[in-house]
Write a protein that binds this ligand. Structure first.
Ligand SMILES: Cc1cc2nc3c(=O)[nH]c(=O)nc-3n(C[C@H](O)[C@H](O)[C@H](O)COP(=O)(O)O)c2cc1C
Length: 177
């Protein structure tokens, strides 16, 4: 390969994303939550989404045992929740104690409020190299219907905010999306 892992990460960082917290509970009652920007839509019918979880994640065994997971898309004012669930410090219980959540389908913790949240049944797990690709079938969904919350964005390794000024450059709606 003609590039280093660092160069690869930096190049991937040029693709702006939102930030989500993916949460779960396993049959033994262990909860886990991880900040991710690998969230992606997969299928409309059936409604499928994915997250990609590092094999080094301390939470991976909980996600491997779980039947459900939830994804909460964070608003710009939820940077603290992003930082808490991206931290390697503290226990899972300590993280959840700091962030508001409710318990949804299958007893799965769901971050709230959120821009949108997706409660999922585990549909598939795939090998993703040093990550595990977790695909979920969305069985419940909540969203900020008034669209009052701005998203928390991630670009070039930093949190970003939508700029309304620049958004006016392309104010059109993409047909069909
Ligand atoms: C903006 C951002 C995006 C991240 N995206 C991912 C991701 O998609 N997958 C992942 O496994 N870790 C991702 N991480 C890193 C995890 O949040 C971090 O490793 C966390 O500490 C994992 O916790 P755990 O080891 O206790 O499971 C991201 C971190 C940040 C700050």
């Amino acid at each position: 390969m003609s590039f280093t892992s660092r160069e690869f990460r930096d190049a991937l960082g040029l693709f702006p994303t939102g930030i989500a917290v993916v949460t779960t509970i396993d049959p033994a009652g262990r909860m886990a939550g991880v900040t991710v920007n690998s969230f992606s839509s997969v299928s409309l019918e059936p409604p499928l989404v994915l997250v990609s979880l590092a094999r080094t994640s301390r939470s991976l065994d909980v996600f491997e045992a779980a039947k459900h997971f939830a994804v909460g898309l964070l608003g710009f004012d939820q940077r603290q929740a992003s930082t808490i669930f991206a931290s390697t410090a503290g226990t899972s219980a300590e993280r959840f104690a700091q962030v508001r959540h409710r318990f949804g389908i299958g007893g799965c913790p769901v971050i709230e409020p959120a821009l949108a949240s997706f409660e999922c049944e585990v549909w598939a797990r795939h090998d993703g190299g040093d990550h595990v690709i977790l695909i979920g079938k969305v069985v419940a969904m909540h969203r900020d219907a008034q669209a009052t919350i701005d998203p928390l964005l991630y670009f070039r390794g930093q949190y970003r905010e939508l700029s309304e000024q620049r958004a006016e450059i392309a104010p059109f709606r993409l047909e069909g999306w």
